[in-house]
Design a protein around this ligand. Structure first.
Ligand code: C5P
Length: 208
């Protein structure tokens, strides 16, 4: 059976970094599922612009090509906001399910990061991590990342974005962000990247 490492958590918690380090360490392919929702958001922004249109959003998700995940546009602040708005539509989530589930079935294993991997996409994953950090720490990380990409934003704007995104991701009816009962909590607020990776690796090792 494929060894799946599910890494869930809120925006800018460090889950992406932890997931990519784990993937490199174990030699497994990695899927950043946030990029799927971001790419759907970008598609809609480029077409009708109506992120609340569930039918158009589902069509955008069904027509998604993996090459679209590589675009620089999907990493912007606007794409992150659009992603969390299209992610509330159950049809969008259903349209993206098979692609993620197929990835989870790949041998010998994979690392998948997102919001609902341990709960919906791969509830059978052998290792489940729920990576979190305080909103202020997450806002600081995301702010520095966006400044590095050349976006002009303030820390306070990003903190407000993060709080709004947490509320939307946790409050939605379809696959809300929540820690799976069997996931191990990893709070990276006070950790360096290498400390977070070491802690994550120990969690995975106990599951192997
Ligand atoms: O992880 P990232 O910040 O790129 O995700 C962008 C948005 O996509 C999240 O705020 C969330 O609303 C949505 N998402 C989701 N389920 C996933 C991954 C991301 O709903 N598995």
């Amino acid at each position: 059976m494929a060894f799946v490492i599910a890494v869930d958590g809120p925006a800018a918690s460090g889950k992406g970094t932890v997931a990519s380090r784990l993937a490199e360490f174990y030699g497994y392919p990695m899927l950043d599922t946030g990029l799927l929702y971001r790419a759907v958001g970008v598609r809609l922004l480029d077409s009708s612009g109506d992120l609340d249109d569930a039918v158009a959003a589902e069509a955008a998700a069904r027509g998604l090509a993996l090459a679209e995940l590589e675009k620089a546009e999907v990493r912007t602040r606007a794409a992150g906001e659009a992603a969390s708005r299209v992610a509330v539509h159950a049809g969008v989530r259903a349209a993206l399910f098979d692609l993620q589930r197929d990835f989870a079935l790949r041998e010998p294993g994979s690392v998948i990061d997102g919001r609902d991997i341990g709960t919906v996409i791969a509830p059978d994953a052998q290792a489940k991590l729920f990576v979190t950090a305080s909103p202020e720490v997450r806002a600081d990380r995301r702010w520095k990342q966006l400044l590095g990409q050349g976006e002009s934003v303030t820390f306070d704007e990003i903190l407000a974005d993060i709080r709004k995104r947490d509320e939307r991701d946790s409050g939605r009816a379809s696959a809300p962000l929540t820690q799976a009962a069997d996931a191990v909590l990893l709070d990276t607020s006070e950790m360096t990247i290498s400390q977070a990776f070491d802690a994550a690796r120990r969690i995975v090792e106990t599951a192997r």
